[in-house]
Ligand binder design. Sequence first.
Ligand code: ACO
Length: 431
Amino acid sequence: MQPSPATLKIADQDISLPIIVGSEGEKAIDTRKLRADTGYICYDQGYGNTGSCESAITYLDGDNGILRHRGYPIDQLAAHSNFVETAYLIVYGQLPKPQQRKEFGQRMRENAAIETQMHRLFEGFPKNAPPMAMLSSLVSALPAFHPQLATNNFEQDLQNFDLTAAMLISKVRTLGAMIYRYQKGLPFIFPKDIPFADNFLHMMFSEPYQDYAGIPEVTRALNLLLLLHADHEQNCSTSTVRMVGSSAANLFTSVAAGINALSGPLHGGANAAVMQMLQSIHDEGDDGTRFIAAARSGSKSNRLMGFGHAVYRNFDPRAKIIGKACEEVLTKLGIQDPLLKIAQNLERAALQDEYFVSRKLYPNVDFYSGIIMRALGIPTNLFTVMFAIGRTPGWIANWHEVASNPKGRIYRPRQIYVGPVMRDYIPMEQR
Ligand code: ACO
């Protein structure tokens, strides 16, 4: 049953605002006509309480630590699915049937390689260029190599969506491995006709004279890591993709913008920052007390990295899964990483600390993901690139919702202007 509208009283005017209810009972007040009717806009700095769209991709309940993709709980996907299948689910809305899964994998394998001309773009980068800067530049360059898939016309771009989506997921992964090889001064390794995660490990760690010997636990851990990052509702990078996409920008360009948004340390960059923090605790022989005390100051630059979340006021369900996987993977690989103990102690201490308890600050997905990546041989400066590889399906699905919405509008928030009021231009000699 449609709930009755909300009533907003401004001065002596009663304004009736429709209520929108989502499939999980989430409620919103529809203020779209508010400005036209009253001259008022909604002020919500940082959009923390603004629903910018209706979306059928991911359901997130931050108070209760729930995350579901297309209705499927993240713990079930983590236990039974792998990255490519979950990517299909996120992009297409259904778990694939065998033939659909085969075709999706085939499209990814056929489009995994990076064009030789594009290899030359690498040569322009300094060896120590930030990997996320390289990744976003290279993804920005993809429309130049595939103009037929990047027409900046929704209708045409949607006609080629199956190919573009598979190509992008595949190529972002290939580019990630190539960035690693380039920075190490190693020759590029071409993709093979093997599964997605194995292909990534092959392109990272094979040598021209010797193929990388796959380890099933490593492949599984990589699949889990990517799967857990595959989508997360209207976060900073995904909202960026939607915003850029709303201007009818093609999928490659929109995702390149998302990669840039992800690079910030308060978003995707946090996984590397966690490792730096754990490493300095280790090097100083501290037990983490200094970091916890500094975090209590409330200053943004002293935050306990990997803790807190803009939406979760409870355990990030991904952190629970990844924390457990972290111990298992290290045990299976026979790795004793002192940073794991430090992370576990830090988590215990923070969860007993009044500052963190009262603010409902729990470990987020980044708290343990770095330790797994380190065990897989992935260097810290590539962590955020790994996040981008995992998040690509979510960005694609969100772009698709924007592109295929017949009632879609360009994203254009308003503002409250607080600058100088009208004043006359002053000639240079009178200033
Ligand atoms: N360490 C110390 N204090 C914190 C932390 C932290 N990690 N996170 C939040 N706080 C404090 C805030 O300063 C604020 O304190 P106040 O009420 O005294 O002013 C209070 O907790 C509430 O903060 P929120 O409003 O919940 O935080 P916000 O939504 O602004 O930020 C964010 C969320 C950016 C994730 C923040 O928790 C943070 O900076 N965490 C560390 C970085 C990090 O791990 N980022 C990864 C996020 S997950 C992801 O992107 C995949």
